[in-house]
Design a protein around this ligand. Structure first.
Ligand SMILES: [Mn+2]
Length: 323
């Protein structure tokens, strides 16, 4: 590292000529993956509620990127519309990483994760595999054969592992984007038998809610980050808003009792020592039409600020752009 960079990225030194490192906020306005389409309005509402200036500080600059929307003009099936949406999102995320920037994708229903983490995996493919921490009430590990609802937002984990519709598993490259040993799910408490069987067969680590009650959220996230960052070239953290307690975040289409308290999650994120290999965050499943007195939008904004602040601690040294 040269001296100029060292000066610039170290906390105590005054900022001079260069502007701070950028965190791209990528709005993924997708609602087709859920039986309710309201998630498509999530990024618009969050953007109005949380201008970038409130999140930026001397060490990191959060900038809203242009929103990605699903193009529904052509009459075709939902899977191919979502596939095209995820392809556009994957390309945007890959470009962001290629530029040496970090990102937070703001959904959108959780089907957007197929695009986000496909893009991240492809951006670092030459350097090594992707790791992923998945904070969610559900396993999201259905395939079209096992899903009772046929909703794609219940399938992103399986799709990224290479199980499911080829339109979703083969984006950018016909191969799995994630290996089971590099994935850890956190906060799970609602799932179907087929999903847990698939993940258990693959050896995926699942930290159920009851384990969080026993050992604490910080220990759970520490283990999850350790799994996602071991033997990988970079990792991400995907947060489904339904992981959070419904008193703090009621605006989700598939709520589940016994969630993680928002203050607990936000403080655990703020304390996470993610290091240099954190590529980005994702926050999905906010459905503004279900919100109660702006409780959820306020919770998510606090979470968003915590993710951006977390980058400011990892951005002390420049991230090496892709070759
Ligand atoms: Mn989910």
């Amino acid at each position: 590292m040269d001296e100029r960079h060292e000066m610039y990225y170290t906390y105590d030194c005054p900022l001079t000529e260069q502007s701070p490192p950028v965190v791209s906020l990528i709005g993924a306005a997708l609602g087709l993956g859920s039986s309710l389409s309201g998630c498509a309005q999530g990024p618009d509402i969050l953007r109005q509620h949380q201008p970038e200036l409130l999140m930026s500080n001397a060490h990191v600059q959060a900038i809203w990127d242009e929103l990605i929307r699903a193009n529904r003009s052509r009459p075709e099936n939902v899977v191919s519309t979502i596939s095209r949406f995820c392809l556009a999102l994957a390309e945007r995320v890959k470009e962001t990483i290629d530029n040496g920037e970090r990102f937070t994708v703001i959904g959108g229903d959780h089907a957007c994760a197929i695009g986000t983490w496909t893009g991240a995996a492809m951006a670092i493919a030459d350097r090594g595999p992707l790791g992923l921490v998945w904070i969610d009430a559900h396993l999201d590990a259905h395939t079209p054969e096992t899903s009772p609802s046929h909703c794609i937002h219940g399938m992103p984990v399986a799709s990224l592992l290479g199980y499911g519709a080829p339109d979703l598993t083969d984006l950018l490259r016909p191969e799995a984007k994630l290996l089971p040993q590099h994935l850890c799910l956190v906060g799970v408490r609602s799932y179907e038998q087929d999903e847990i069987e698939l993940l258990k067969k693959l050896g995926v680590r699942i930290i159920l809610m009851e384990e969080i009650h026993r050992y604490g959220l910080e220990a759970a996230l520490f283990e999850a980050v350790n799994i996602a960052s071991s033997g990988t070239a970079g990792f991400g953290i995907s947060i489904d808003v339904d992981a959070i307690h419904t008193d703090d975040a009621p605006a989700v289409g598939t709520p589940a009792a016994d969630g993680i308290r928002a203050t607990q999650l936000i403080s655990a994120i703020a304390k996470l020592n993610t290091g240099q290999n954190l590529l980005g965050y994702e926050i999905a499943e906010f459905n503004p039409s279900l919100d109660i007195e702006e409780q959820t939008v306020n919770t998510i904004c606090d979470l968003l600020v915590a993710t951006v602040a977390n980058y400011s601690s990892v951005n002390r040294y420049p991230m090496s752009p892709s070759p």
